[in-house]
Write a protein that binds this ligand. Structure first.
Ligand code: ZN
Length: 393
């Protein structure tokens, strides 16, 4: 610990000792030699505490040594940030609180210190305190930065209304747009309404989401499920199929509800046509399994097996193998059936533990759909995994 911290502090404090310290020495004592006598011993004392692995005592010394003044605010901020970067958030909080407590700060410096203290709280998981800190900054020159941190907090708290509000504040002063994220927030609101069976507001939120980002597959997916609940199967098919253009990689996730919609309209043959039209590269294994189900229902298991064997060469997958074993079991009897059942237990277990989604940013793997990655918090980075090459157990 001490080596890295020592390096960081030396980097920070040497210029202080050599520059600001001498400045203060001159300012206060009008005599550099008196600085050496009065300030430098304290400075060395602080360094000694670091070498002796007593960083708290070192902080006390440095905080006293670095009298807060317009000349040393930057040093305090840098010292606090250094501690935070090292994961020592408690110490960062102490440094930043010490800074804020000084009455001599300008409004600008005070806001800057409040931002840093807010980040300390955020990184230590004290969301309530961070929220208060950043909200107090919404009327300052730091409002844009504060709004972006608030977006992070409200996403964590799943307060989608406030997340929308702060994303809009941030957009006002930025060339970057958050409209894709805002569309997800509205889609989340629609999902919540759908769960409570409040279909009218759910419909409104879907509209808002698509207005914000016409390519929001999340909104189309919620819309499809809403229309299914209302038994508007034609409208549901329209919403689900929209995903093909919005985010083709997600069409595989709506094939089962699409099949249900076509069935309820007594148009299963249309679903089969649609499956044949879709390129395998977009839908991967889900499409092939759906097709094999359809072939089994209409032409028998032998044809479905032949179809799967053909496709397995094109896009090998454990899920396809598992389905192949299912189909083979139908016609088998006796010893062969026992062997296949044993094989099925194995493939069944493999499918059970398999990740179906992966984050392209951080590699996080999941078994269900996440529009925001739970690990790296990016939106739209968790995508369905297609084929055995990407499958991991
Ligand atoms: Zn991620």
């Amino acid at each position: 610990m001490p080596t890295e911290l020592l390096g960081g502090l030396l980097f920070l404090l040497l210029p202080v000792a050599a520059g600001s310290g001498w400045y203060f020495a001159r300012k206060k004592y009008f005599n550099p030699s008196s600085y050496v006598e009065d300030v430098a011993p304290e400075y060395y004392k602080g360094l000694r505490y670091i070498i002796d692995e007593q960083p708290d005592k070192a902080i006390e010394v440095f905080l006293k040594l670095l009298e807060v003044d317009s000349e040393t605010v930057e040093v305090h901020l840098a010292l606090g940030n250094l501690f935070r970067r090292r994961g020592e958030v408690d110490r960062a909080v102490r440094v930043h609180q010490n800074l804020i407590a000084r009455p001599t700060l300008s409004t600008e410096q005070r806001s800057q210190a409040l931002v840093e203290l807010g980040v300390d709280y955020l990184r230590s998981g004290l969301l309530d305190r961070a929220e208060v800190m950043f909200e107090s900054l919404l009327t300052t020159a730091y409002k844009s930065r504060a709004a972006l941190y608030l977006v992070e907090i409200y996403e964590e708290e799943q307060d989608w209304d406030k997340a929308v509000e702060c994303a809009r504040i941030w957009q006002q002063n930025s060339s970057h747009k958050l409209n894709k994220r805002i569309a997800h927030y509205y889609s989340k609101k629609a999902e919540e309404c759908l769960a409570d069976n409040d279909l009218k507001p759910a419909r409104e939120f879907i509209k808002l989401a698509l207005k914000e980002d016409s390519n929001c597959a999340h909104a189309s997916m919620v819309e499809g499920h809403l229309e299914m609940l209302e038994k508007n199967y034609k409208a549901a098919i329209k919403a689900f199929k929209r995903i093909e253009k919005q985010a083709p990689e997600f069409i595989s996730e709506v094939l089962i509800p699409l099949k249900t919609c076509y069935r309820n309209l007594d148009k299963s043959h249309k679903f089969l046509e649609y499956l044949h039209e879709l390129p395998t590269s977009q839908t991967g294994v889900n499409q092939i399994i759906e097709l094999s189900d359809f072939i089994e229902e209409n032409e028998g298991s032998d044809n479905a097996i032949r179809f799967l064997i053909d496709k397995a060469e094109e896009l090998p997958s454990v899920r396809m193998l598992d389905r192949l074993v299912d189909l083979s079991l139908i016609a088998e009897e006796g010893e062969n059936k026992t062997k296949l059942e044993c094989f099925k237990r194995l493939t069944g277990k493999l499918v059970e533990v398999k990740s179906a989604f992966k984050c392209s940013h951080c590699g996080y793997r999941a078994r269900s759909i996440y529009w925001q990655c739970p690990a790296c918090k990016n939106w739209d980075t968790v995508k369905p995994i297609q084929g055995v090459v990407s499958e991991q157990f």
